[in-house]
Design a binder for this molecule. Structure first.
Ligand code: ATP
Ligand code: MG
Length: 350
């Protein structure tokens, strides 16, 4: 059952902000006042106040990590171990939790509004952290309004179609969030590195991808694309962790090691994809990924800031709330009267 009632927010969503800056103290108070004094006294108010104070003081990763259209990306110039002002996981965790909490509220609003959708694309080298990002950041969303699609080697049916066919089928409908674990970018990454198709085929795909993404955007989909940037050393450390931990043995595949030998080819292919396909309407973000906790913070902030900037609003009620309230009170009185009778009967009174 796809029911809106089941998609309860953790707490009511605030009226949207402009998304480009944090709010001042008085703006926070104003927003809290819109909730009424009851909410202002509650933990809800404390949570929101903390959330907006974090937004006031934060670095803006949405600007910092976005690839500007037309820029030529050089991944070895980008520090995969960057962690901003944070010394360790503990200092980033509080902020990340505020963002993931807010993400759930905003997803509820997106679902309720039912006007547009969000597509999040994750790409990385093997062990780059796609699964971890889905688990720790995007996992805070209600599964009824969010779907994850993993794109593997195309099936016979998929391969018999154009490369965007299976992708289009998974595109989110209005009100929904879709998360792609790998995507159509594999068709300019693995396909190029391993010459699965000739150059004259894959080289045309950048334009095809840009046109395809534009058509989704024109149809109300917001697209965020994250390249989780890890260093070659960090990849090896993660492979070792998998070997040392029996509960992760199932994750090890031979291809992890064979693909590692193509590191430089993949880097070049990623750089071209990021440079050619970061557009105003569907930006790529290069997220420093050696510190998993920093990656989670950056991704959660960017997704939340983007959703805030959409200025979403709850739809107008389809019923007359005053009338419904009056009917509720009548029903309450009726129920009260009936309960009173039952009590009297039990006590033997007429
Ligand atoms: P994990 O991180 O858990 O290993 P994964 O995303 O790497 O997850 P795998 O099943 O290990 O999942 O790998 C999927 C494989 O499918 C990758 O090697 C990827 O390159 C390949 N693949 C995805 N899309 C295509 C495509 N269009 N053409 C060819 N290969 C593809
Ligand atoms: Mg794999």
């Amino acid at each position: 059952m796809s029911s809106q009632q089941d998609l309860k927010p953790v707490s009511p969503a605030l009226p949207p902000t402009d998304g480009s800056r944090g709010l001042s103290g008085s703006e926070v108070q104003q927003r809290l006042a819109q909730y009424g004094s009851k909410a202002a006294r509650s933990g809800q108010a404390r949570h929101l106040s903390a959330f907006y104070s974090i937004r006031r003081n934060r670095m803006n990763y949405r600007d910092q990590f976005r690839i500007k259209p037309g820029n030529s990306v050089k991944l070895d110039k980008m520090d995969a171990a960057f962690k901003d002002k944070h010394e360790d996981q503990a200092s980033a965790l509080v902020e990340t939790e505020k963002y993931t909490h807010r993400l759930r509220e905003l997803q509820y609003l997106l679902y309720a509004e039912d006007k547009r959708s969000l597509l999040i694309i994750l790409q990385a080298m093997d062990a780059g952290g796609k699964d971890g990002t889905i688990n720790h950041v995007l996992g805070s969303m209600n599964p009824q309004g969010a779907k994850v699609y993993g794109f593997k080697v195309p099936s016979a049916e998929e391969a018999a179609h154009d490369f965007l066919w299976r992708i289009h089928l998974a595109a989110p409908h209005r009100g929904q969030v879709a998360i792609f674990n790998r995507s159509h970018y594999e068709d300019v990454l693995v396909s190029r590195v391993h010459s699965l198709v000739p150059k004259k085929v894959w080289s045309k795909r950048y334009d095809l991808i840009n046109d395809f993404e534009k058509s989704l955007v024109d149809n109300g989909t917001h697209i965020l694309k994250f390249y989780l940037h890890i260093s070659k050393d960090e990849q090896l450390r993660r492979f070792k962790q998998r070997i040392d931990d029996p509960t992760r043995h199932w994750k090890i595949s031979e291809s992890d090691y064979t693909e590692r030998e193509y590191w430089d080819d993949y880097t070049k292919a990623f750089e071209d994809a990021l440079s050619s396909c970061s557009t105003e309407h569907a930006p790529w973000f290069v997220i420093p990924g050696d510190h998993k906790w920093f990656r989670n913070l950056a991704v959660s902030q960017i997704v939340v800031e983007t959703l805030e900037s959409l200025k979403m609003e709850f739809p107008q009620p389809t019923v007359d709330i005053k009338e419904i309230k009056a009917r509720y009170h009548e029903a309450e009185e009726d129920a009260g009267a009936k309960n009173g009778k039952v009590k009297n009967i039990k006590k033997g009174k007429k």
